[in-house]
Design a protein around this ligand. Structure first.
Ligand code: AN7
Length: 391
């Protein structure tokens, strides 16, 4: 396997530390010239070791992957869908899909022999980086946008002992700074999803879905922020198809929050490029104005006949409650964005639809509690209890 530029196709060995192409500065991806091997074994991300650019015997792991693909028949009936499955990535060790990428990225970091790893983050990447760095015995540096990270995610970075820097700016400012820091300081290895080793780990979610369904779904819907995950899924589906393990490729639908929708707006001709200033949404995970992997995401959307779409914050919060109350799945606001789009559009799709729930709802309890839930009050007596329950 080698690293290859998606634009000029320049190639670099896996062990060369680069975050973008040295020749043209575009994004890198990991490619393999060898025929894909499918001698998979075990469960989780490392089941797919033959398709990963890292040594599974040296894996920095917390048991990531092998998350549930939950068939949601009641919700599907309301939506008029033949079959809806939710891939619940909140079941990962730190509660989000980032763990898939982090196990591979951190394993590579240890192979390289670096001392420190770093990321910019809206929260989940920092939680995963902090946990896996602790597991690997490496120092973690995380840059977060001041005041806009969900409480649970911040608690995770703190307890795993990361050095946390709140930037007086948004995620895009933090991303620019950490990229510059790691590019100019060889001791600090960048583990945002611009790092193609991260995406290699994340593509395994697509493999799991294909193995569970026996083929790719007809449509995959997932939240779209920095645009790494949609790129990783698309790469995974293409690799499984190239290996003859599935017959079709899914349509890829990325869902952005209306206030942070540079890619959806670009596709509708409302912007000249995939970036915007001052993104805003209650779904803080995807409060991103300048998605680093926009070019890979556009390729996934174009080549799959997909789209990037938007939902409002109110639609997101309603979808979060709907999924939790109808199917027992508590996901964070960003992860409810695909459900919000399905609820509003009720698209006619004959084959199976998979909605990716990227993060656990417990990470951001404020989002639920801010809706001023009604709690019944009772004296500590049976009479009092019967009265409030009206039984
Ligand atoms: C729950 O943690 O960008 O499109 O810094 O936490 O691959 O960026 C998180 C992103 C979706 C968007 N759902 O995925 C970060 C960060 C959840 C997320 C996304 C994120 P990408």
């Amino acid at each position: 396997m080698t690293q290859q530029c998606i634009q000029c196709k320049a190639r670099y060995p896996l062990t060369q530390v680069l975050y973008t192409c040295a020749a043209c500065n575009d994004l890198l991806e990991i490619i393999s010239d060898a025929p894909a091997r499918n001698d998979f074994g075990g469960a989780g991300v490392w089941r797919y070791a033959p398709l990963l650019p890292a040594d599974s015997r040296r894996a920095v792991t917390l048991g990531e992957g092998a998350t549930g693909l939950h068939r949601c028949d009641r919700l599907a009936a309301e939506l008029g869908l033949a079959a809806l499955h939710v891939k619940n990535e909140g079941e990962n060790p730190t509660g989000s899909f980032k763990d898939r990428g982090m196990t591979v990225g951190m394993t590579h970091a240890r192979t390289l022999g670096v001392q420190s790893v770093a990321c910019a983050s809206t929260g989940n990447t920092s939680a995963a980086l902090a946990a896996y760095a602790a597991r690997a015995g490496l120092r973690a540096v995380v840059l977060i946008p001041g005041g806009k990270v969900a409480l649970g995610k911040l608690a995770q970075a703190i307890v795993h002992n990361a050095r946390i820097v709140q930037i007086n700016g948004n995620f895009d400012d933090a991303m620019r700074l950490v990229h510059e820091l790691s590019s100019s300081n060889a001791g600090v290895y960048l583990l945002n999803s611009i790092n193609p080793f991260r995406l290699e780990g994340q593509k395994t979610a697509a493999f799991e879905i294909c193995e569970a369904l026996g083929d790719a779904p007809e449509t995959l819907v997932l939240p779209l922020g920095n645009a790494g995950n949609i790129s990783a899924y698309w790469k995974g589906f293409r690799e499984f198809r190239a290996a003859g393990l599935i017959k079709r490729l899914p349509r890829m639908i990325g869902v952005q929050a209306a206030g942070a929708a540079p890619i959806a707006e670009f596709l509708r001709g409302q912007r000249t490029d995939c970036r915007m200033d001052d993104p805003n949404t209650i779904a803080t995970a995807i409060r991103i104005g300048a998605p680093v992997s926009w070019k890979k995401a556009l390729a996934a959307i174009r080549d799959s006949g997909g789209d990037a779409v938007t939902v409002t914050d109110d639609e997101i919060l309603a979808a979060q409650r709907k999924l939790a109350a109808t199917e027992g799945l508590f996901v964070e606001p960003s992860s409810a964005a695909p459900i919000a789009w399905l609820l509003r559009e009720k698209p006619q799709i004959a084959g199976p639809v998979v909605a990716v729930a990227t993060g656990n709802g417990l990470k951001d309890p404020d989002a639920v509690l801010s809706a001023k839930p009604v709690l019944l009050q009772s004296e500590a007596t049976m009479d009092g209890l019967r009265r409030v329950l009206e039984l």
